[in-house]
Design a binder for this molecule. Sequence first.
Ligand code: NAP
Ligand code: FE
Length: 366
Amino acid sequence: MNVRYFMPTRVFIGPGCVKANAPRFSSLGSSALVMTGRSSARLNGSAGDVRAALESLGIRYRFYEEIEPNPTIADCRKAAGVAREFEADFVIGIGGGSPLDAAKATALLARNDLVDSAIFANSYPKPALPIVAVPTTAGTGSEVTQFSILTNDSITSKSSIAWDGIFPSIALLDAAYTESLPRAVTVNTALDALSHAIEGYLANKSDPMSRTLALESMGVICRSLRRLEGASIAREVREDLLFASNMAGMVIAQTFTTAVHGMGYSLTYFRHIDHGRANGLLLGAYLAFIARDFPKPVAEVLSACGAPSLAALRDLLDGVLGERESIGEDEIARFSSLAIKTGHIANTMKTPTEGDLAAIYRESFR
Ligand code: NAP
Ligand code: FE
């Protein structure tokens, strides 16, 4: 048996975990740049809790509340300039994957003066500033990954920094912050986490440790997806989704992602489909593609998901996705030609050709 596992982030999950663990911030320095999206962190209580913690510790801080979904290289350069000017010792990211990823890239760029092409080199002269992550969506798992995914106009797609130096030092997960998530964001982010667990399970880089976490994670997410009907979403479901998305993040930190993520980036870049939804739209056809040559691992995924067949899992996905967007043949050709060039392809259990990718897109948007 060969196992490789690296998880340098201290993770705390539970009600009140920001307040309870705030004294740990002092070990990271005496000044913090706090990065959030435009408004949600102020509304869901997370920004207030972090502010109170920093004040109680006498840590200087500045809020930077300008991160939009799918952050760009330019967004992170601007924030890094603020971090340098403020002489921040560490960066706190609060929000969905977008502010968390932006906080990681900002922590890297604050210490390293890099031209655009060097940002994704995954090797840098100086260490990044330490990072604290407070997720307020239950999806990306970015609080426990070494990835920062940035919109990269030079390749009309998204590019990933994948560097151990941007694993957050501390991750604080309180499901209370996710209570305010609209149903659509709850579903889309849950589908991102499900995709991480399933892709991670089926990745060439998977191993017994990552597969164990992946099976547990996908089981909890599918159970939660079945409980999303009704007027309100129970706190227990919110807690389960946050825990499962964190496990799925730990999975992809070991395994990386596969063709689904590589294909989904075009749907987000060109069609503005949310990241998690993009993955969710592709998952069914992707599983059917893998199952043709590798039925056993796909059967293991279905069993963990509590689905008696692939058709049953696709029904569950269809139920939460609702009506699908349509895409044209010209888009399918362009998106397939971009996805085939990504590193995700070599990590996919059954290596797809460009024609296979086109067929998966076509089947996903039938
Ligand atoms: P997001 O882009 O961070 O946020 C989506 C929307 O949700 C924003 O409008 C945000 O509002 C809002 N929001 C966030 N938390 C909320 C809350 N508690 N209540 C109400 N609204 C809330 O969404 P995401 O899906 O979490 O992140 C997607 C990004 O993560 C993509 O860029 C993707 O590529 C990346 N990603 C990274 C990894 C990784 O390992 N690093 C893995 C997968 C995906 P505000 O703007 O006002 O905050
Ligand atoms: Fe993702």
